[in-house]
Design a protein around this ligand. Structure first.
Ligand SMILES: [Zn+2]
Length: 124
C-alpha cells in the first residue's frame, strides 16, 4: 500500500480513520506517507476526493485543494428570473479568481435545500 495523496507513491507511514457522526455513520481510512503525515501534523489542510478518471479515492493537499470562497455578492435581476452571482475564489498559492454567473431561481432553491451541513440532531 502506498500514500493516497495525489501523485505520491511513497510507502505508508500512517493510517488516519475519519469518522462522520450522523445518519450514515460512515468512516474512511486515509493513508499517508511519513512526509505527508508530517505536513498534516503541522496543520496542512487535506480532503479526500473520488477521481473518476483513475477510479480511485485520493487525498488532496496544497494546490490540489479546491480554491476557497473569500467573497460573494448576489444581485437579483429585474426582468430575468435569476440571481447574478459574483464569487472571489482564492487558490492555495494566494492568487484569486473572480467568477460571475447567473443562478436560475429553481437551481438556487435546489442548492439551498441540499442539506450539506445536516447534523444528527436535525434528523430526529
Ligand atoms: Zn505521500
Amino acid at each position: 500500500m502506498t500514500c493516497q495523496v495525489l501523485r505520491c507513491s511513497d510507502p505508508v507511514a500512517h493510517v488516519e480513520t475519519v469518522r462522520q457522526q450522523g445518519p450514515d455513520n460512515w468512516q474512511v481510512d486515509a493513508v499517508f506517507c511519513a512526509s505527508h503525515w508530517a505536513q498534516v501534523q503541522d496543520g496542512a489542510e487535506w480532503t479526500m476526493d473520488y477521481q473518476h478518471e483513475i477510479q480511485q479515492t485520493v487525498i488532496l493537499m496544497g494546490e490540489d485543494l479546491p480554491p476557497q470562497l473569500v467573497k460573494a455578492n448576489y444581485r437579483q435581476h429585474i426582468a430575468i428570473d435569476s440571481v447574478e452571482t459574483t464569487l472571489v475564489l482564492r487558490r492555495h498559492d494566494g492568487t484569486e479568481d473572480v467568477v460571475r454567473f447567473d443562478i436560475p431561481k429553481d437551481k438556487l432553491r435546489e442548492y439551498l435545500n441540499a442539506n450539506i451541513f445536516r447534523t444528527a440532531a436535525e434528523d430526529d
